[in-house]
Design a protein around this ligand. Sequence first.
Ligand code: SF4
Ligand code: SF4
Length: 498
Amino acid sequence: MKTDCYLPEHHLFSRLGKHIFFNVETMLFYEVTPPARDLISCISKDRGCDPIKALKGKYPRSEIRNTFLYLSKEGLLKEAPSNSIKPILKKRWGIRHLELMVTHGCNMGCRYCYGASGPEQWKDAPHLYGSSTAGMSLETAKKGVDFLFKESGDQKDLSVIFFGGEPLLEFSLIQKIVPYIREREQDTGRKVDLSISTNGLLLTERVVRFLNKHKIGCQVSIDGNREIQDINRCLPGGRGSYAHVVPGINRLIATRKGRVPARVTVAHNQVNIPAVIEHLLQLGFGSIHVEPAIGSTGESVVSNDDIKAIKAQNEVLALYLVKSVRNNRYFNYTNLVKFIRHTRVIRERLAYYCGAGRTYFSLSQDGAFYPCHRFVGMEQYKMGDLENGPDFTLQKKILSLTVDNRPLCAGCWSRYLCGGGCWKHAVDLKGCLEVPDNELSCEVIRHEIECSMAINSELDVTDQEILSELYEETAEPYLKTDGFVKSPKMGNLSFRMK
Ligand code: SF4
Ligand code: SF4
């Protein structure tokens, strides 16, 4: 039996006890039987192979033949190579999200902070992002908001994110700029989603009342229980911060009925994600997102061994997620839930990972624009300023760097699900925007996607319905992206081929 057929661009893998074939061209994935997996594997190595000969002794001849016929019938084996897909980029890139870096100062000195060099900064005056710790002036903040309303054209849904340093150090500015944003909303008939990213130290009753009154989303950066948090998230002088952040976190969570997201950084030699998640769930956080320390984070940056540990722990959490869904229990580990949603009903192909520099701009406290908070202070990534106007040169470059146009991404099976990874990781590890950090970030992302497809394969139709009810569509504003490309044929639900 000679095959002489072509396979579409695909990724064949085994994860969590499932064998999965992902068709990159249609974006459909299939759980396949061991004979189908071996047959595909043979054909991908040699398209003219004789599978009966190659798999002799492993499976009966009739099973190989039937599997071959089934794969052909499903359109996975073709007589001619597929035409390469040229997805059409949706031409929409107006700025919609503005990050106000209301201060570069901070009341913590985390050892892995990309804005400074950890507790060392407290030896003299605390300086982040290589600039002053002075707060943003109200005038700068207002001009930034005006910029957002102007540059966003006729887009209705906008967002402003208060970031720092620790943005609550500038609470008085936030109190003044929020009413201004609401006034502009009313004048223009647009809607602005407000959010803040905080370390939790200043979540006093007054602050929590204000955040609630003005419906300001609040993400808290926290690394886990006292022992884990105190290793890297330090107060000035190096003391641990856990005991100081918990009261404010309790105050916030008590008023928000489990809707507070936690953002965890996993540093070198500190990989214990299940324990961290367990603790944060006990504290009452509603969703947890974990990011390995990658890039300009000094000695805390994760190693290849840490990445191996992260992957192993993610598999444990993937199985736990399946159990939770079956028990109708909410477990929003967003690293997996995000891809479970995306791979379950694939509506779009991502052209970019995030909106930085495209739909998302960051305004530093001194009035300069950057793609996002992590680029602030890097002169070569400056995108103009309030005084001289925005400079869209970098935006044009970013727009041109879709996953199809970046050499490593263009050949990566996960490109339309990943979108190309964090720009700043690429710059930190490869020195440019074009080349992704293929060793660390990509390893984790591709593994998360594989786990998510395996989870989806494991869940039956009833489980899938529970899943849809439990996890409504949410995304952090800076990860919202319009960078989708239309595919000629969209996939929907995966199906099992047994
Ligand atoms: S996993 Fe890495 S190579 Fe693949 S698309 Fe994402 S950033 Fe690009
Ligand atoms: S993912 Fe995007 S927004 Fe987030 S740090 Fe990286 S470049 Fe910035």
